[in-house]
Design a protein around this ligand. Sequence first.
Ligand SMILES: C[S@@+](CC[C@H](N)C(=O)[O-])C[C@H]1O[C@@H](n2cnc3c(N)ncnc32)[C@H](O)[C@@H]1O
Length: 259
Amino acid sequence: MESAMFQLSPVNPFFRGEQSRISSCRQQTVTTPVYATLPAAPRTASPVPRLTSLYHFSRAGEYGSRNYPGNCGGNLIKDLIRFFQPSTVFDPMTGSGTCRDVCLELAIPCFSTDLKSGFDAADPKAYAQFSETPGFDFVWAHPPYWRQKIYSDNPRDISFAPSLDAFLECYAVFIRECASLLSPRGKFAILMGDYQDREAGFIPLTYHTKRLAFACGLQQVCTDIIRFSHGASSSRKIYRSSFIPGLHDVCMIFDRPRR
Ligand SMILES: C[S@@+](CC[C@H](N)C(=O)[O-])C[C@H]1O[C@@H](n2cnc3c(N)ncnc32)[C@H](O)[C@@H]1O
């Protein structure tokens, strides 16, 4: 699977094209993979040649817990760490600890925390504890995609924000505070997906991520990394309504411009 092939969701009519194949596929099973050819990547001096703008690891790896809602596989984090070679990592919305486990394996000191362990990443006061520490070389952030999955009914949980504006207000504080913790060579990776529901419509959260990052003086370091959502629970559902399914989220990497 890590070669030049990737899996497509068998219920995705955009790639399938033929109606007859869709219905027969639905009758078969929603777990049957189909394959498409990826564009060839140029050779570069990268220590992680498979890390390109299309990230398609179908195995999550033994990091964190796959049962945790919104869990992301650890391989992308591992590849980014191998590429950027940080000596310290900050993981402020750790969930089941995927980033923490990757860092344990790579023997890189990682400060992992979450609202569930008492750290409110949308509260500027929570960052006072870092005022004496040197900056982090790598910040890994995997925030809620607003209310796509609700992690708790804690009013400080940004997945529980009552409106998009309320979510974005907290998200802006979070991005600004994490940016302030970067070391001079620090990189800030944010994994985010767009969101839609009937009430709110389509919410381009990846656009808002960049907008908020740029507004606090960050710049984008490299290409967006489109992460294929293998194993997403929505891929196994059948919907009555017609829409174009999103099968990916986007990892964006920022740093501070050098003066
Ligand atoms: C997408 S999940 C992270 C999943 C993680 N990457 C994993 O693989 O298990 C988002 C996390 O953000 C946390 N969260 C929500 N609001 C928060 C806040 N204000 N401060 C810190 N963490 C928050 C949730 O508790 C949840 O664990």
